[in-house]
Design a binder for this molecule. Structure first.
Ligand SMILES: [Zn+2]
Length: 95
């Protein structure tokens, strides 16, 4: 584990509310549904929090997988969206 990563994780521990907020907004962020202001703040946090960045990466992979299995012109069914939200909520430590 690099020093930078350790420092980031440490920062994360010191600002758990920022991380919690990031994880809550993750879905909207990945789907591009956040307003610019919130998105910029979130990206700022990702910039110095490797733990959250890793979280976003894992989440993106899940999203990409779901997109791959759907026809491009068909949006993700609401039931699946709900399932993804639940998955994220039930795995707060997913990294
Ligand atoms: Zn964080």
């Amino acid at each position: 584990m690099s020093k930078r990563r350790i420092a980031g994780l440490f920062k994360c521990l010191l600002h758990p509310s920022e991380c919690r907020r990031t994880k809550k907004l993750l879905y909207e962020y990945v789907e591009g549904e956040l307003n610019e202001d919130t998105e910029r703040k979130l990206e700022g946090h990702l910039g110095d929090c490797p733990a959250c960045l890793q979280y976003v990466k894992s989440y993106r992979q899940i999203i990409e997988l779901t997109h791959k299995h759907c026809l491009p012109e068909i949006p993700i069914p609401p039931a699946l969206k709900q399932k993804l939200r639940e998955f994220i909520e039930q795995n707060p430590d997913l990294k």
